[in-house]
Design a protein around this ligand. Structure first.
Ligand code: ZN
Ligand code: ZN
Length: 243
């Protein structure tokens, strides 16, 4: 139903260039050939190319990070259209790509919950949706499909990952991250998230999803918050990584 409404508003338009397309993922052939995959060896912890890794200088609360695309070109434009032009259908494409890389890079991890980086109430009210939440929802859907197929092939039990949009709550208003200086980004967010009291995170392994990772400060603060409430480990993913 939801998809039908979206398709009426944007009748099969490419979420990158906005031209008409008949592709099932709403991306035209030309834009598909322009995908900015990450094709250099990356650090498993911060997700940056090995030569840009800063893990020795910075402690991250999450165990590992992975993303399918670089924050540039067509893939960057697609996320922009998802955030600011209502192209929610883009989240199906990105969610699938994220699930694929997660299933490879975090192969042996049994996740209990998947949740998005939350958005402040006012911002969500203005935009109408949290793009990281729709990315997380789609990632969960595709990841469960992949894991189920793999479990059947290997004759193992299938652990379904549960999507919880409201696991984390943004409880403090903060300045927009890309508008503050690099070092301030780490203090800007301090104590601005909390875990929804209806969840018991004790011993849980969590997959945390954002749209774009730049410094990693947002993912780090959310991870710290989850660990404080008893989570066993936090792994992170985003559609794009900037470097
Ligand atoms: Zn296109
Ligand atoms: Zn690193």
């Amino acid at each position: 139903m939801k998809d039908k409404i979206i398709n009426t508003v944007y009748p099969q338009r490419c979420f990158v260039c906005m031209d008409f397309t008949k592709n099932e993922y709403n991306i035209c052939h030309e834009c598909l050939t322009k995908m900015e995959y990450i094709n250099t060896p990356t650090c498993l912890k911060c997700g940056l190319p090995v030569f840009k890794c800063q893990c020795e200088k910075r402690y991250y609360h999450f165990k590992k990070f992975t993303a399918p695309f670089k924050n540039e070109g067509a893939m960057q434009k697609g996320i922009y259209n998802l955030k600011f032009n209502g192209f929610k259908s883009a989240a199906v494409f990105y969610g699938r790509a994220m699930a694929q890389i997660i299933s490879i890079k975090f192969k042996k991890i049994n996740f209990d919950y998947i949740c998005p980086v939350p958005m402040g109430k006012i911002k969500k009210l203005c935009r109408g949706y949290n793009q990281s939440a729709i990315l997380a929802e789609n990632t969960a859907k595709f990841l469960n499909e992949i894991n189920k197929t793999n479990a059947e092939k290997e004759n193992k039990a299938f652990n379904k990952i549960i999507y919880n949009e409201d696991l984390l709550i943004k409880c403090k208003r903060t300045k927009t991250q890309h508008k503050v200086l690099y070092e301030e980004r780490w203090t800007n967010l301090r104590n601005s998230y909390k875990v929804n009291p209806k969840y018991n995170l004790s011993g849980k392994t969590i997959l945390l999803i954002d749209d774009i990772k730049t410094t990693g400060a947002t993912l780090d603060e959310c991870s710290r918050t989850l660990l404080l409430k008893g989570a066993k480990a936090v792994y992170c993913s985003a559609a794009l990584v900037g470097y």
